[in-house]
Write a new protein. Structure first.
Length: 741
């Protein structure tokens, strides 16, 4: 098995080569670009699954992970080894990530063939051909995105991890703003880039401190997680203002956590992720399931020994992580209840589910956090790709109703620069507004049933779906560890999750169509629906790999593979393995919140809405619903405080630079230089040039005299020579004469 493990470093290479090939050679050939990208990620998928299944069969991998070195970087203190690693944690990621990437790439080949959301002025020729004009560029970008995530997964040190982390940050900026003709897309891209940079800057500080304070200085995971280094970090302190002495390991853990807060969109840096919906839907699936936000939680998974030891010496550091996760889970769930945009509901759902994972790490439930990360990736990718299929169907339905198809003389439905309508006014041809849907179960059955499967998994529908087993593991851990506040917060968030999921299913697929787009929506092409069918298998079956052995009836029938697979690795990382004891309370609560939320949601939205009907929940909750719909006005708060202050500071700095100090000093120095130059010019003209001219004039006069001797007569030359000799003799004897006198 070790032979294939040593090929782990190859996994990110094919998508990167595809990126280079598309950019340099294949860009004019749209079909060739897509095929190259898909084949490249398929190679990574085959290699990744080969490594993953090899790891599943290798009994000693947990206690003896593979840690390969490719080259070393001299750092001035000691060399930093750059290489790859294969261990149980990233083996599970290599099972999930390449598969979802391949499904999303295949789906994208169909989705980007129909350029929705764009004005015909974008490129009328490409519009008629039925492909997005930047079709090749899109596949280049997502290939680089895949490179970033795959490289991050196999990295054996935190520096390499951070480099690939930043590659994904760049790709998210490029892809969120892919349709940059829309002002909303440009703003969303900048917002995502700046917001995540805040978290990344704090993470980088933590990375530097970790390197400096480790003994020896290193960022290699196998060296960071030795017991000696962990104890050294735990037993030394930093003297901070106000806080006083703080263990280095606790400070580093919190700083690294802010990287997750930014990347995984946790409160208060959550505001970028809903706006990321401005990019094409496959990008949403990439960000929310296979790559970017998963990377934020995987950082916590990868650095878990740091958090485990930090919790022992400074409980407040892990309490902070757990609080942010639990609060974000509930906070985002309330917002999702009151959204009309089908993708924004899923965006806030992602923020909420990531909060579950963060809270799990905060209470020390490593296995539960990683388990939910894996299952959530499958069903959230299914939901986002399903939403993209719905949007396509509704767009085609509007085109059919208008009778002009892909005519560049008629704009796409929803093609104007789309922004979230905070006033709640319905755009009657917005293909992403669930009020324009309804009845799509009959029109788009494959999309509808796969979406319903993903929705039930997200809701934690008991026993059958993967979401139940992973979410129940987190709730059971919180209860077993006595973290009742975290438990009930997450339980309430789970109820709201089931409710808004059924609301979304009801508004989209049930009842009667509420627009011409919904009445004429066709099923999507096979390149979009086949990936949905394949992912839905894992949305159901992935959870069966983690059934607790003490679970009634089912426990022990299927071995708890996840727990048994990860336990030796935790021991290797000097972390005590933890598995929650079985309790009836969290199980019954898990059943109750999932089924209760689905039942209440069906009771309210099971028949959809009548055209023009006010949302029953909005009518019931009134101002509270508006508060949720407007996302607690957090964006407005940031706009009026942080953004306004930043713009004011920029204006003040510009005035300081341009009008008050900097430019004045520079201009004064310039004027002084001019005055000095004029003075030097005068000195040069009248002194230097005058002296040179005087010497020249004297030489000229002497030349005039000497020229008189040049008459060709030997007598004159002899006379002149005798005169020179006489003068020389006179000058020689003059001192003697003066002495005698």
């Amino acid at each position: 098995m070790e032979g294939i493990f040593n090929l782990a470093w190859v996994v990110p290479i094919p998508p990167f080569l595809a990126f280079v090939a598309i950019v340099l050679f294949l860009h004019p050939n749209k079909r060739g670009s897509a095929l190259t990208a898909i084949v490249a990620v398929a190679v990574s998928f085959l290699l990744g699954w080969g490594i993953a299944f090899g790891a599943f069969l290798a009994k000693e991998l947990g206690l003896h992970p593979v840690d390969g070195e490719l080259y070393a970087i001299p750092t001035g203190i000691q060399e930093l080894a750059i290489g790859f690693t294969v261990d149980p944690a990233n083996a599970l990621m290599l099972f999930m990530v390449p598969f979802l990437l391949l499904m999303i790439f295949i789906y994208s080949s169909g989705y980007m063939t129909y350029p929705g959301h764009l004005p015909p002025s974008y490129d009328p020729v490409a519009y008629r051909q039925g492909k997005d004009p930047r079709y090749s560029r899109f596949f280049a970008y997502i290939s680089l995105f895949a490179t970033g995530m795959l490289g991050l997964v196999i990295a054996n040190n935190l520096l390499m991890f951070f480099v690939f982390w930043e590659i994904m940050g760049l790709c998210s900026y490029l892809l969120i703003g892919f349709w940059f003709e829309k002002e909303s897309a440009k703003r969303a891209a900048v917002k995502a880039f700046i917001t995540t940079r805040i978290g990344d800057a704090l993470m980088l500080i933590g990375l530097i401190l970790l390197y400096i304070r480790s003994e020896p200085s290193t960022l290699r995971f196998s060296e960071l997680f030795t017991q000696a280094n962990l104890e050294q970090l735990a037993n030394t302190t930093a003297n901070l203002p106000i806080l006083g002495p703080v263990p280095w390991i606790a400070l580093i853990a919190v700083l690294l956590f802010f990287g997750t807060v930014g990347k995984s969109s946790q409160f208060p840096l959550h505001v970028w992720l809903p706006d990321a919906m401005e990019g094409p839907t496959p990008v949403s699936a990439l960000i929310h399931a296979a790559t970017m936000v998963s990377a934020g939680v995987f950082l916590l998974i990868r650095m878990f020994p740091i958090y485990a030891y930090a919790g022992e010496v400074s409980a407040s550091s892990l309490q902070f992580v757990a609080f942010i996760g639990a609060f974000t889970a509930l906070f985002a769930a309330t917002i999702a209840v009151a959204q009309w945009d089908i993708k924004r509901v899923l965006a806030y759902s992602t923020i909420s589910q990531l909060g579950y994972m963060v809270a799990a790490v905060g209470i020390g439930a490593y296995v539960a956090a990683l388990f939910h990360l894996l299952t959530h990736a499958f069903f959230k990718a299914l939901l986002f790709l399903g939403s993209g299929s719905v949007i396509h169907g509704v767009e085609h339905g509007f085109h059919h109703a208008h009778g002009h198809g892909n005519d560049p003389e008629h704009p796409e439905p929803g093609s104007a620069a789309r922004v979230e309508r905070e006033d709640g006014v319905l755009d009657p041809e917005d293909p992403q507004d669930m009020r324009n849907m309804g009845g799509l179960l009959q029109r788009m059955p494959r999309t509808a049933w796969t979406f319903i499967i993903g929705g039930l998994a997200l809701s934690g529908f008991p026993i059958v779906t993967s979401g139940f087993w992973s979410k129940d593991e987190i709730l059971a851990s919180a209860w077993d560890l006595g973290r009742t506040g975290v438990f009930w917060t997450l339980a309430l968030a789970a109820f709201l999750t089931a409710f808004y999921t059924m609301r979304q299913i009801g508004l989209t697929f049930l009842g009667q169509p509420r627009s011409e787009g919904a009445r004429h929506a066709p099923e999507s092409v096979p390149s979009m629906t086949v990936p949905l069918l394949l992912i839905s298998v894992f949305a159901v079956g992935a959870g069966w790999a983690g059934i607790p052995e003490k679970f009634p009836v089912l426990g022990g029938i299927v071995p708890n593979f996840i727990e048994h697979f990860l336990e030796p690795f935790l021991e290797y990382m000097n972390v005590h393995p933890y598995a929650p004891q079985f309790h009836w309370t969290p199980l019954l609560v898990s059943f109750g919140v999932a089924l209760g939320g689905l039942a209440v949601g069906y009771a309210v939205y099971g028949r959809g809405l009548a055209p023009g009907q006010i949302d029953p929940l909005a009518r019931l909750l009134g101002p509270l619903w508006q508060l949720w719909h407007r996302k607690y006005f957090i964006d407005e708060l940031y706009r009026d405080t942080v953004v306004t202050f930043t713009l004011f500071l920029a204006w003040l700095t510009a005035k300081f630079d341009r009008d008050w100090v900097i430019d004045w000093i520079v201009n004064w120095i310039g004027r002084l230089a001019i005055y000095l130059g004029q003075g030097v010019h005068t000195f040069d003209a009248y002194v230097v040039d005058g002296l040179v001219n005087a010497v020249g004039w004297l030489s000229d006069q002497m030349g005039r005299v000497v020229r008189l001797l040049q008459n060709g007569r030997a007598q004159a030359y002899l006379l002149f020579g005798l005169l020179v000799v006489a003068i020389w003799i006179l000058l020689a004897i003059m001192p003697i004469v003066m002495t005698l006198v």
